[in-house]
Write a protein that binds this ligand. Structure first.
Ligand SMILES: Cc1ncc(COP(=O)(O)O)c(C=O)c1O
Length: 367
């Protein structure tokens, strides 16, 4: 097809972006394999295999006001969250997933051509949003064991002129599941840069959240989400703990109706049903440990210890993509990687015990 003249009107940085590579939706994979969607063992996106609690589903079904626009300030949800993360509601802002808040932070701070600091391998949205926002990415690669090279970060950040304004660090990190030691965060927040700690997987880690620390610092943000522990990935609900000065800017640029009513209803009901969620979170943690132990017994896999709801594995002596495809033929979906720092790897999200059993059995048979 000839290139349309309209494309020439795109912003310059859009032209340089890689086209989006859509994943195969699991319903389509099920159809291709002649199976029912519920027979697919979907362990590729760190979703919660238990889904939302029954009380959340009831609250969604009985809510009578879907025809009314949402509260732009999300007052009830922020009040409930304030109890959950032990910070004042005034320091909270809710988003359509943590993803939206990453985008808002880039929009608030990054001018075209300015740098955002990133620690790859990690979650892809920091780089994605920085580039869409017209920024550039300063990558400080993690070491082979996925720990941060804080000395390199300090050196690079202080060397750049103009200095970068925004830094993203993930704890537990996706895709390896390692947590950020508090002393390393201390060193990062001493720098004249806004440090965003993405704690999407905090509930599975047993590590204390850095959220209360936001109240002591002008340059620290903590992002959290309902996608993982609460099983609400499809409804898109995340939030951040921000210092007051930053909120003055964020409230100005946030779309008023950024969070839909169903997500709010579900989030509130989830926070009221913590005994249920405590059980499913504990089940995921104990299955993660079992998965890690048993993956160590698969001769061609080298799993990394994880504090999240997934286990990353180096594949040795065979092709990780071929392995992913072989599992896919059996209706098992895992995430495959082959890029710097993640050569020949797969990541397996923690499923229900019976799903983990299926993937483990298949991996052991594939020797
Ligand atoms: C580190 C990290 N942050 C954020 C997200 C996305 O969170 P949300 O679904 O709330 O946008 C993910 C999802 O995989 C993630 O891995």
């Amino acid at each position: 097809m000839p290139d349309s003249w309209v494309k020439k009107l795109f912003r310059k940085n859009v032209e340089a972006l890689e086209p989006y590579k859509p994943i195969l939706p699991f319903e389509v994979l099920a159809e291709n394999l002649g199976r029912r969607p519920e027979e697919i063992v979907k362990l590729d996106a760190n979703e919660n295999p238990y889904g939302p609690s029954p009380k959340v589903l009831e609250a969604l079904a009985s809510y009578p006001y879907y025809h009314i626009y949402p509260d732009p300030q999300q007052k009830r949800l922020r009040k409930a969250l304030s109890g959950y993360v032990s910070v004042p509601a005034d320091n909270l802002l809710v988003g359509s997933g943590a993803d939206e808040l990453i985008d808002l932070l880039v929009r608030l701070f990054v001018e075209p051509g300015e740098y955002v600091v990133n620690f790859p391998p990690t979650f892809g949205m920091y780089e994605f949003d920085a580039e869409i926002g017209g920024g550039r990415v300063l990558s400080i690669p993690r070491r082979n064991d996925f720990s941060l090279d804080v000395d390199a970060a300090v050196q690079e950040i202080t060397r750049l002129s103009p200095p970068p304004k925004l830094l993203f660090v993930t704890s537990p990190n996706n895709p390896d599941g390692g947590v950020l030691p508090p002393d390393e965060l201390e060193r990062l927040i001493e720098l004249p840069i806004v440090v965003v700690v993405d704690e999407a997987y905090n509930e599975f880690s047993g590590a204390p959240s850095f959220a209360p620390k936001v109240l002591e610092r002008e340059n620290l943000v903590v992002l959290r989400t309902f996608s993982k522990w609460a099983g609400l990935a499809g409804l898109r609900l995340g939030y951040g703990v921000f210092p007051q000065a930053m909120l003055d800017g964020l409230w100005k640029i946030k779309q008023p109706y950024n969070v839909n009513v169903a997500a709010t209803v579900a989030g509130l009901a989830a926070l009221e049903d913590m005994p249920y969620y405590r059980k499913t979170i504990d089940a995921i943690i104990s299955e993660r440990e079992r998965l890690y132990r048993e993956l160590q017994e698969v001769p061609y896999l080298r799993p990394f210890p994880s504090k999240a709801n997934f286990v990353l594995c180096r594949v040795v002596g065979r092709d990780a993509y071929g392995l992913k495809k072989a599992l896919e033929e059996e209706g098992i979906i895992v995430r495959h990687y082959h890029k710097p720092g993640l050569e020949n790897m797969i990541r397996i999200s923690v499923g229900r015990p019976e799903q983990n059993e299926i993937v483990l059995e298949r991996l052991k048979q594939l020797v």
